[in-house]
Design a protein. Structure first.
Lengths: 265, 249
C-alpha cells in the first residue's frame, strides 16, 4: 500500500514536470531558430528538398500569426528557398496568406515572393501567379501587373477551368474593358518577350471583339427597341456577317440587360 | 563463389536487426501518407520525404550489414572452413560482395514498392523518375558495399562504420566544398578539385532533388554514373582482395 502511494506521488510529479515542460516549450516557441542554410546543407546528405519540405511544415504554421513581425518567417522562408527554390507550395501558400495579415509593408513582399515563385517553381503552380495577381489587384491597385499575372495563371497547365476563365477574362466588364485593352497595349509595347507580345495581342483581340459585339447590340436596340435575345440575332438581322473567332476559344453570348459576355461553363 | 554469395545473402536476411531497420524504413514510408496531409497534397514534398526515407534507411542497412561482413567471418573463424575448400580469397571477397548486394537491393526494393504505392495513392501515378532515383541509390549502395568490404578486410566493424559514415558525408559535400573553394581560388581550390576527382563523389547518385520536380537526367549521364560505379567497385574489390591475401588468419 505504501509503495502504491509512493508510485502515485511519483506519477503526479511526472505529470507536473510534463506540464511545466509543455509550458516552457510554449514560452520558447517564438525564439526557436532553424539552423543556417550552410549547416543544413552540410549534414543533410544532399537531401535538400526533403530538408526544405520538413522545414516548411514547421514554418507554415507561423504565417497566419505574424502580428509581431515578419522577419523570422522571412528568414525561415529564405532558408527553405535556398535549399530548394523549385518547391511550389511555400510560394503559393505565402503569397496567398501573407497579404491577408493586413500589414501594408507585406503586400510588396507577397508580390516579390509571388514573382519569384512564378519564375522558379517546378512544375508551375497556377496558385502562385493567381494570388500574386489578386494581391496586385486588391491591395496594390496595379491593374497592369494584375493582368500580367492573371494571364500567366490562366495559361498554367492543370489550372482549374473556373480559374482559367476568370483569369483570362480579368477586366471583362464593359465599364473596365477600355482600361483593360489599354493595359494590354501597354504590356505589348513594354515587353521584349515574343510570347508575352503574342498573348497581349490575343487579349486585345478578345476584348475588342467584345466591344464590337456590344456596340452592335446597342445599334440593334436603337433599331428594334429591344436587345437581341441571342448573339446570333446580330447575324440574322445582318448587323454582322459572322461572330468573330475568339483567340482563347471562348464563345460569346447575351446576358441580361444587353450585356455581351462569354458563355458560362 | 555463388554459394558464398548465397550464404552471405541468407545470413544477411536472417539478421533480426535488419528487419528492425527495415520496419522503421517502411513505417517512415507510411508516415509520408500523414505528411502528405500536412503538405496539402504537394506531391513534390511527398516524394522528397519518401525518397529521403528510402535513402536514409537504405544506407543504414548497407553500412550495418557491410561493416562487419569479412571481420565477423574472421572473428568467428568460419572463414577457415571456407578457405579449406579449393576457393581463392578473391572469390570469397566477390561472393561476399554479391551476397550483400542482393540483400541490400532486396530491402531497398521492398521500401521502393511501398513508396510507389503511396505516390500512386496520392495521385502521382507510376513514379518512373523516382524509380530512376532509387536505381541510382542502389548503385551508390553497391559502391558502398565494395568500400565496406575493403574496410572490413583490415579493420574492426566500428572503425569501418565510422570511416564509411565520414566518407558518406564527405562524398556528398565534395561538390559544395569545391564551389566554396573556387571563391577562395589558388592552391586550396586545386586541392579540393583534385580531391573531388579522386574521392567517391556521391552527389552524382543524388537526383532526388530533381526528380521530385519531374526533372530527369539524360541516358548518357546515367551511363557515366554506372561506369563510375563499376570502376570504383573494381578498385575497392581488387584492393580488398590484395589486403585479404596478405592477411594472416
Amino acid at each position: 500500500m505504501k509503495k502504491i502511494f509512493i508510485i502515485c506521488i511519483l506519477l503526479l510529479g511526472v505529470v507536473l514536470l510534463q506540464k511545466e515542460y509543455v509550458f516552457q516549450k510554449h514560452k520558447t516557441f517564438k525564439s526557436r531558430v532553424f539552423a543556417s542554410e550552410n549547416l543544413i546543407k552540410t549534414f543533410d546528405l544532399g537531401l535538400h528538398s526533403a530538408a526544405a519540405s520538413f522545414m516548411w511544415i514547421n514554418t507554415r504554421g507561423e504565417l497566419p500569426f505574424l502580428s509581431e513581425g515578419y522577419q523570422k518567417f522571412k528568414n525561415d522562408f529564405d532558408v527553405i528557398n535556398s535549399l530548394d527554390a523549385k518547391l511550389s507550395t511555400p510560394y503559393a501558400y505565402t503569397v496567398m496568406v501573407l497579404p491577408t495579415t493586413q500589414y501594408e509593408d507585406r503586400f510588396n513582399e507577397a508580390t516579390r515572393i509571388g514573382g519569384e515563385g512564378t519564375q522558379k517553381a517546378v512544375p508551375a503552380n497556377w496558385k502562385i501567379p493567381f494570388y500574386t495577381a489578386v494581391t496586385y489587384h486588391l491591395y496594390l491597385k496595379d491593374s497592369q501587373k494584375a493582368a500580367y499575372y492573371f494571364d500567366i495563371a490562366g495559361h498554367t497547365e492543370d489550372v482549374p477551368d473556373t480559374i482559367r476563365r476568370f483569369s483570362l477574362n480579368y477586366g471583362i466588364y464593359p465599364t473596365e474593358r477600355g482600361k483593360t485593352i489599354a493595359i494590354w497595349k501597354a504590356i505589348y509595347k513594354s515587353s521584349n518577350e515574343m510570347s508575352v507580345k503574342e498573348r497581349a495581342e490575343k487579349y486585345i483581340i478578345h476584348f475588342t471583339i467584345l466591344d464590337i459585339l456590344q456596340k452592335n447590340v446597342e445599334i440593334y436596340k436603337k433599331t428594334y427597341g429591344t436587345y437581341p435575345s441571342d448573339i446570333n440575332d446580330l447575324i440574322l438581322k445582318k448587323f454582322i456577317s459572322k461572330i468573330p473567332e475568339d483567340p482563347f476559344g471562348f464563345t460569346f453570348q447575351m446576358y441580361e440587360g444587353g450585356v455581351v459576355g462569354i458563355r458560362g461553363e | 563463389m555463388l554459394s558464398i554469395a548465397k550464404i552471405t545473402f541468407r545470413e544477411a536476411i536472417r539478421d533480426r536487426i535488419l528487419y528492425t531497420i527495415l520496419i522503421f524504413g517502411i513505417l517512415f514510408a507510411l508516415l509520408t501518407l500523414f505528411l502528405a496531409q500536412l503538405t496539402v497534397g504537394d506531391l513534390a514534398m511527398v516524394r522528397s520525404f519518401g525518397l529521403a526515407g528510402i535513402y536514409i534507411f537504405g544506407m543504414i542497412i548497407t553500412i550495418f550489414l557491410g561493416s562487419s561482413v569479412v571481420y565477423r567471418e574472421i572473428e568467428k573463424k568460419t572463414l577457415y572452413f571456407v578457405l579449406s575448400k579449393p576457393i581463392s580469397r578473391g572469390r570469397v571477397i566477390v561472393g561476399k560482395f554479391l551476397g550483400l548486394l542482393f540483400a541490400v537491393a532486396l530491402t531497398t526494393i521492398c521500401m521502393a514498392l511501398i513508396y510507389l504505392f503511396i505516390i500512386a495513392y496520392e495521385g502521382g501515378g507510376i513514379d518512373v523518375l523516382g524509380l530512376v532515383s532509387i536505381l541510382l541509390q542502389i548503385l551508390e549502395e553497391t559502391l558502398f558495399i565494395a568500400m565496406l568490404i575493403l574496410f572490413s578486410s583490415f579493420s574492426t566493424p566500428l572503425i569501418s562504420t565510422i570511416s564509411s559514415l565520414l566518407l558518406l558525408f564527405v562524398g556528398h559535400l565534395l561538390d559544395t566544398v569545391v564551389k566554396s573553394a573556387e571563391q577562395i581560388g589558388g592552391a586550396i581550390h586545386q586541392i579540393f578539385l583534385y580531391a573531388s576527382y579522386i574521392l567517391p563523389n556521391l552527389e552524382k547518385f543524388n537526383i532526388r532533388n530533381l526528380v521530385i520536380h519531374d526533372i530527369g537526367i539524360s541516358f548518357e549521364t546515367l551511363l557515366v554514373i554506372i561506369g563510375y560505379t563499376i570502376l570504383y567497385i573494381f578498385i575497392f574489390l581488387i584492393s580488398a582482395e590484395a589486403i585479404f591475401k596478405k592477411r594472416e588468419l
